[in-house]
Design a protein around this ligand. Structure first.
Ligand SMILES: *[C@@H]1O[C@H](CO)[C@@H](O)[C@H](O)[C@H]1NC(C)=O
Length: 304
């Protein structure tokens, strides 16, 4: 009895001080660039996009079915950017079609429920946008996306096929990048400004319902891309593309700390449905191709 109490106290102390162990889980071929993960949702698989090609991949976080594999290639497109789960095995995905100097930005609904995934284009060209990037679903019909080149955040209604720029200026200017939703807040990053912030939106209509709030800003966040929201506590794990770091933002405290160094040019992060944090890279950080890293978050407490 006394012995087991001793060991459980020891275990608790070790957990609190242990490192954010990280290791490369998968290396993709040269020339690949993983742009984003669909955030932890209800599917067993983790789905992700490549920006060097118009592709969606999936990976089984339990490693039982091999490494990442392409499950869908969009026609009439050159790149895939944002991806978000709408409901089980239904996703919204953004693509670019870059031909000569013109870019067409489209949004699709991708159905991965069958043996052969299929997609239908909801909006052919989102007028005025140049590089729609982060994507977050508020409901199964309403998604938000950032324009990293021009600045601004669009609200897209997938039922009516309409897109409206609803947030702009200040930290929503050029560089606005990652987006995740955790009711009632839409969380965002700005690469250029080094900002992690949030804005409240109506959980049914998606209408912005308050002023944007910068939670943390500063040099530690200059270069940040996409991020994962923790599901057991108020924290975000943000990929800093420029600095090769993973930064933990403690939302309630308004603090940020580097928890992992040395992931080359990381682009995004997600928790798997079964737990565990994964970080993707662009393959531009000297590792010859995109990679997926597994990171142990010491205080992660599995909640289904
Ligand atoms: C889109 O894909 C093409 C072809 O791989 C590539 O040359 C271009 O840089 C990509 N665009 C972006 C924004 O990554």
């Amino acid at each position: 009895m006394r012995v087991s109490l001793f060991f459980s106290l020891l275990a608790a102390a070790t957990t609190a001080f242990s490192q954010y162990d990280h290791r490369k889980a998968y290396q993709l071929e040269a020339g690949t660039w993983i742009e984003n993960f669909a955030p932890r949702g209800s599917s067993w698989y983790t789905r992700l996009t490549r920006i060097d090609r118009p592709e969606v991949l999936e990976v089984d976080p339990a490693h039982q079915h091999g490494g990442p594999r392409t499950i869908y290639t969009f026609p009439d497109a050159t790149n895939a950017t944002g991806i978000t789960e709408l409901s089980t095995d239904r996703y919204a995905v953004l693509t670019l079609n870059q031909v000569d100097d013109a870019t067409t930005v489209s949004i699709w609904m991708l159905d991965t429920s069958g043996a052969q995934p299929s997609a239908n284009k909801v909006i052919e060209n989102i007028g005025g946008s140049e590089l729609l990037n982060g994507l977050a679903a508020v409901t199964s019909d309403i998604v938000f996306t950032t324009d990293t080149l021009v600045g601004g955040v669009y609200r897209i209604d997938l039922q009516t096929g309409t897109a409206d720029k609803v947030l702009s200026g200040d930290s929503f200017g050029p560089g606005v990048n990652g987006l995740r939703y955790d009711e009632p807040y839409l969380y965002y990053t700005n690469t250029n400004e080094g900002v992690f912030g949030r804005v409240e939106v109506d959980p049914i209509t998606g209408a912005p319902a308050g002023e944007a709030e910068v939670l943390v800003s500063g040099e530690i966040l200059v270069g940040v891309d996409d991020f994962a929201l923790a599901y057991w506590t108020e924290a975000a794990f943000v990929a800093n593309f420029y600095k090769n770091t993973l930064v933990r933002v403690n939302i309630n405290e308004g603090t940020a700390e580097v928890v992992v160094e040395g992931i080359p040019a990381p682009t995004s992060a997600t928790f798997a449905t079964s737990g565990g944090l994964y970080v993707s890279t662009s393959g531009t950080g000297g590792d010859e191709g995109a990679s997926i890293w597994s990171v142990t978050v010491p205080d992660e407490t599995f909640v289904s």
